[in-house]
Design a protein around this ligand. Structure first.
Ligand code: CUA
Length: 332
């Protein structure tokens, strides 16, 4: 008996482990790392707990009616049960939940935000344009990555030039749509350091599923250093292959779509590549960030990401691809 029950328990334990591993990780609404996400998770647990209690009550009543007291009940008792359990109870439960959920909302939206910088995020097809605006009037752009200091409220200003997207970092906050012709706002207030994954949560076209990003939450010192570094022009290594890559980049017309600050490349169609080698991922969290991924992306962009505007450069000789990739990776 003992042996058979432990055998039976194995698949159940595996299933439970699977369910529980879905609850943590860098993109989980339940493994929270932000003030808004904590409130949302709290609401979820109250609702989940309430749903379980009500479900158990219904099961108990059903068992009672079918097996324990299967005889006919009085019409009065039946009416009491229908009006009490079917009308009054749902009204009260839903009203309480609604008031509780509404009471959580003001805390998600108000309060003083960071005055050190403002972040604008624009949903592109299919990547994220990120612009930091600093109080001295300067600004800089990067892509598919947002860095934040831990414990600070930051307002993200969201927009889109063409199709609808939705900005969502489940561990830190709720989601907010990015609607062409409108500006929407979302406050992020991270409570711990780490790297968290965000995703587009609204179907936006061919590569919707390949439109993700990372939010890196840093300690104050590291964040300030990062901010200073990002606003500086790109600096690449002094290495023959890197120099060759830079020449190719500037001569092959890459600068018509991409900017590398400090060079004459100043295109604005695609992502700013000034510090692309220092980012967590490539192609909106589709590829790792290393030399071979750069080569792969440059040669097979539309295979990696269907519908991407970046053309494939399969025609480039291997030596040129390697040089371009080395230059990209050197842009730290
Ligand atoms: Cu952008 Cu879905």
């Amino acid at each position: 008996m003992g042996a058979s029950s432990s055998l039976d328990a194995a698949p159940l334990a595996q299933a439970m482990a699977l369910v529980l591993t879905c609850c943590d990780g860098p993109q989980s609404t339940l493994d929270t790392a932000g003030v808004s996400a904590e409130r949302i998770a709290e609401l979820f647990w109250w609702m989940a707990g309430g749903a379980v209690v009500i479900w158990l009550a219904v099961v108990v009543l059903a068992v009672y009616a079918i097996h324990l007291r299967p005889e006919k009940h009085s019409q009065r008792a039946a009416n009491r049960l229908i009006i009490g359990g079917g009308v009054a109870l749902p009204t009260v439960v839903l009203a309480v939940l609604l008031v509780y959920a509404l009471s959580l909302m003001p805390g998600l939206e108000t309060g003083p935000e960071s005055t050190r910088f403002e972040i604008e995020v624009s949903g592109e097809q299919w990547w994220w344009r990120v612009r930091y605006r600093l109080p001295d009037g300067e600004s800089f752009e990067l892509a598919n990555e947002i860095r934040l200091p831990v414990g600070e409220r930051v307002e993200i200003v969201l927009s889109s030039p063409d199709v609808i997207h939705s900005f969502w970092v489940p561990s830190i906050a709720g989601k907010r749509d990015m609607i062409p012709g409108r500006t929407t706002r979302l406050v992020l207030e991270p409570t711990r350091t780490g790297t968290f994954r965000g995703a587009c949560a609204e179907y936006c076209g061919e590569s919707h599923a390949w439109m993700a990003f990372f939010v890196v939450v840093m300690e104050e010192d590291g964040f300030e250093a990062w901010l200073e570094h990002q606003r500086s022009p790109g600096a690449s290594r002094d290495d023959p292959i890197v120099t060759r890559g830079r020449e190719l980049f500037l001569e092959s017309g890459c600068g018509a779509c991409h900017t590398v600050r400090g060079t004459r490349a100043d295109g604005v169609v695609g992502p700013d590549l000034t510090h692309v080698g220092s980012r967590v991922s490539l192609a909106a969290a589709t590829l790792e960030n290393d030399v071979s991924a750069f080569e792969h992306w440059i040669a097979f962009s539309k295979d990696v990401k269907p519908g991407a505007q970046m053309p494939r450069f399969r025609m480039l000789p291997a030596e040129e691809l390697a040089a371009l990739a080395a230059y990209m990776e050197s842009l730290q």
